[in-house]
Structures are given as structure tokens and as C-alpha cells.
Design a protein around this ligand. Structure first.
Ligand SMILES: Nc1ncnc2c1ncn2[C@@H]1O[C@H](COP(=O)(O)OP(=O)(O)OP(=O)(O)O)[C@@H](O)[C@H]1O
Ligand SMILES: [Mg+2]
Length: 267
């Protein structure tokens, strides 16, 4: 079976995503203010912060759902600021998304084939040869996420953790160089969470994929992120390794709910 996704021929330390001075306001709410960070190939960066910190807004500025008021988004050195979501997807930004209701009645394999056909700018329709054409590639992607044995089942009958694996395979079908995951493990049991993030790590390493994820579960963040960016009220308040972030008093004050004075940070 052919491997659907070529190894990316750039240095392992290549910067996949560079976000500089990003800003976005909604009316009077400055949701994102002067946010900069970057993610390198093969690395997993966690964007964390309390509710309303601006994490999802940052994601939507990167994936094209929103246009920034200021700042830039570069993908593999190319300026993609303000491009439409579809163009950004084609430029190499994959994201996990919840499988829509209509897809739940389809077989796991067919879901992958729809995404693969979309990548090739074709509609799957009912044309059998086309349906067959993406079959091997769909199976290869399902093998990568350990779901090949369930390819012929309908998505609606899968266990929740398995649905998440299918979503990951669907994101990979676009051959991304950057993968965005907004709260990927929400609603999962602890062992499933760690399994999904370990699988993501494996794929990132194998393919030189950069991963940007948000996560409320701090055990997942500290176990799986290479670096952590902490946001609060639209701004980046800290960035570093999990060890550095764990010990950062500003983070403890703003994120973990310890009052500033107790954490030793001037108000
Ligand atoms: N489309 C929108 N219109 C108006 N305000 C918005 C919109 N999207 C986000 N906001 C506001 O921007 C701020 C940042 O929201 P955002 O969803 O980015 O936070 P978040 O860090 O993802 O939070 P959560 O952890 O709850 O997902 C919040 O004050 C939110 O109410
Ligand atoms: Mg959010």
C-alpha cells in the first residue's frame, strides 16, 4: 500500500508557523493583542490560558476564519495573512474538526475518501472509479492512526476516542505541514487523551509536522507539549518549556488562579 504522504524535505528545525504582532478586536473587546510565537517542524506547541484568553481567536486568525486587524501569519516562510480558509488549508494548515452529522452515517473509509477527493478539487459523487481511486490512500491514512480494522464501520457506531482518531486522519488527508487542534481531547477519558496526544506526537515526528494545540487539561499539556505559550486577556504572558511554565509565578497568578500578591507578582 502506498504511503499517501511524502516526508517533508526541509530541515527538522524549520519554522513552520510564525505569527507576529497579531491583533484582533471584536467591538470593544481586544480578543488578541500583539501576539507572537512560532512553531518548528516536529514540535508540539500548547496554547493555554483561562476562558476568553484569546486562544480560539488566535487559531481562527491562523486558519483564515478571521482576518487580523494587525500582524502577520507566515507558513513555511510564506505570508498567508488574511487568506481564505480554503487557501490556507491548501497551503498546508490542517485542523481537526468534529465530524458533521451527515458524515456519521458514512463508513469510516468513505469519510476519508471525501476529504481526499476534496483535496484533489473533485467531488466524490457516486462515480465508482473515483470512489475506488482514493480507497488505498484512505486505508493508508487509517493505518497511520490505527483505525484500519474499523474502516468499513459507520462513524456513528464508533467509540468516542476512535472518532477522534478518524478526525485526525481526516486532518492529515490534506497533507498538512502545520496541524491545529483546538481542545482535541475535550470529553475524552484520561487514558484516551494521552493515547491521542501520543499518536499526534508520533505523526509529528514521522512527518516533520508542527502541531499547535489548545487544551484545558494541564496534565495533557505538561505531558505532551514541547513548548507552552500562556495567554491571558488577549496577550501572551509567558512562553517556555513545560518545566519553566510550571514554575512561572506570572502564570500561576494569571492562569492558575493564585492572587498576584500571593504569587509574588506586583499587581
Ligand atoms: N466572534 C466573536 N464576537 C465577539 N466576541 C468574540 C468573538 N469570538 C471571541 N470573542 C471574545 O474574544 C475573547 C477571546 O475569546 P476566545 O474564544 O478566543 O477565547 P479562548 O481562549 O478560546 O476561550 P475558551 O478557553 O473559553 O475556549 C472573549 O472575550 C470572547 O468573548
Ligand atoms: Mg477556545
Amino acid at each position: 500500500m502506498s504511503v499517501p504522504w511524502q516526508t517533508i524535505e526541509t530541515s527538522p528545525a524549520a519554522t513552520r508557523l510564525a505569527v507576529r504582532g497579531l491583533a484582533k478586536a471584536f467591538g470593544g473587546v481586544q480578543a488578541v493583542h500583539d501576539v507572537s510565537f512560532s512553531v518548528t517542524a516536529g514540535h508540539m506547541l500548547a496554547l493555554i490560558g483561562p476562558n476568553g484568553a484569546g486562544k480560539s481567536t488566535c487559531f481562527n486568525l491562523v486558519n483564515g476564519q478571521l482576518r487580523p486587524d494587525r500582524g502577520s501569519v507566515h507558513l513555511d516562510g510564506i505570508d498567508v495573512t488574511g487568506q481564505r480558509p480554503r487557501d490556507i488549508w491548501r497551503a498546508g494548515v490542517g485542523r481537526t474538526f468534529q465530524i458533521p452529522a451527515t458524515f456519521r452515517s458514512m463508513r469510516v473509509r468513505e469519510n476519508l475518501q471525501v476529504v481526499l477527493a476534496s483535496r484533489e478539487r473533485r467531488t466524490l459523487g457516486l462515480w465508482r472509479p473515483l470512489r475506488e481511486r482514493f480507497r488505498d490512500e484512505a486505508m493508508a491514512l487509517l493505518t497511520q492512526v490505527g483505525m484500519q480494522g474499523q474502516a468499513e464501520r459507520t462513524c456513528g457506531v464508533l467509540a468516542y476516542g476512535d472518532v477522534k482518531r478518524v478526525e485526525l486522519a481526516m486532518a492529515l488527508a490534506g497533507r498538512p505541514t502545520l496541524l491545529l487542534m483546538d481542545e482535541p481531547t475535550a470529553g475524552m477519558a484520561a487514558d484516551e487523551r494521552h493515547a491521542l496526544m501520543a499518536l499526534t506526537r508520533e505523526l509529528a515526528t514521522q512527518h516533520g509536522l508542527a502541531v499547535l494545540f489548545t487544551e484545558h487539561s494541564l496534565d495533557v499539556v505538561f505531558a505532551h507539549a514541547d513548548r507552552i505559550v500562556v495567554m491571558a486577556r488577549g496577550r501572551v504572558i509567558a512562553e517556555g518549556t513545560p518545566e519553566a511554565i510550571r514554575d512561572d509565578v506570572t502564570v500561576q497568578a494569571a492562569y492558575l488562579g493564585v492572587p498576584d500578591t500571593e504569587a509574588g507578582v506586583p499587581a
